[in-house]
Design a protein around this ligand. Structure first.
Ligand code: PGA
Length: 266
């Protein structure tokens, strides 16, 4: 694991956007299906990614990155919200990223929370990821309870894309986007922990004091289904990018180690 620490949430966004731009450029994606090589990018929603998407749009407008040969897979979607619902993740992605960059509609994949057969929708999503050649880089946030995607505490660490029940805590946290907590859907479709673990690289972003306990559990805690992000300790290529507030619960020695590691590995 690599831990990148920056002062503010804005610095986290800038580092992460620059890193994604660099990774796409270095990969030099070309169109088509495997063995041709588009860049397959896993994407999150939530508050933390907003500034990252703004920064990516800025770099796209400045001609520093093209999404022409990028294929995306989003992490999750609420069950029962139509794509044009103001709080659907389809709408979120369109508003914050997709409508501002040169990505083709057919390269965008987001689970359909209104599909007639949700189980089949999830199985087809796993197949589509496989067909695209697997995810090159999965960008994700972390929940206050340590979830990645909507893999709540208690989710199997080998889980695949499926229908999940949201915890009361997650629904309360996400109620800020709805008028009241009762409007937050009780279920979602989400890629599994196993789906994220299959990505060739994972980048997790966290900002703010409310993420400090989850970050400590993810980085220093035991690998446990009670903090599904802790599973990333078993992944060979993970970067966790945090602001100062989000590392508040890490041990002094842990912070010193990763600061030193970043200096040496420049
Ligand atoms: P946030 O959500 O970026 O809105 O804090 C992160 C998450 O729940 O994964």
């Amino acid at each position: 694991m690599r831990l990148i620490m920056r002062q503010s949430e804005k610095d986290v966004a800038v580092w992460t956007a620059n890193y994604i731009v660099q990774r796409i450029s270095f990969f030099s994606p070309v169109p088509g299906e495997p063995p041709s090589k588009p860049f397959v990018l896993g994407l999150p929603t939530g508050s933390t990614p907003i500034e990252i998407y703004q920064a990516l749009v800025g770099r796209h407008n400045a001609g520093l990155v093209s999404f022409e040969n990028v294929t995306t897979f989003n992490m999750d979607e609420y069950v029962g919200l139509a794509p044009d619902h103001p709080q659907s993740y389809h709408k979120f992605m369109d508003d914050h990223l997709f409508s501002h960059v040169n990505i083709a509609k057919e390269h965008i994949h987001i689970l359909d929370g209104c599909a007639d057969n949700l189980k089949a929708e999830c199985a087809a999503y796993e197949e589509a990821i496989k067909k695209a050649g697997g995810i090159e880089l999965f960008l994700g946030g972390i929940g206050e309870d340590g979830h990645i995607a909507f893999n709540e505490p208690g989710s199997s660490l080998t889980s695949r894309t499926r229908v999940v029940a949201l915890t009361r805590e997650t629904r309360e946290v996400n109620a800020r986007f709805f008028s009241r907590v009762d409007e937050v859907p009780k279920q979602a479709l989400s890629v599994g922990v196993g789906t994220v673990m299959d990505a060739r690289e994972v980048v997790i972003v966290a900002a703010g004091k409310r993420k400090a306990r989850a970050i400590a559990a993810c980085v220093e805690g035991p690998v446990t289904q009670m903090c599904t992000a802790s599973c990333l300790q078993m992944h060979p290529n993970v970067t966790v990018v945090c602001d100062e507030a989000a590392i508040a619960e890490l041990k002094y020695g842990t912070v010193q180690y990763y600061l030193e590691a970043e200096k040496r590995c420049k």
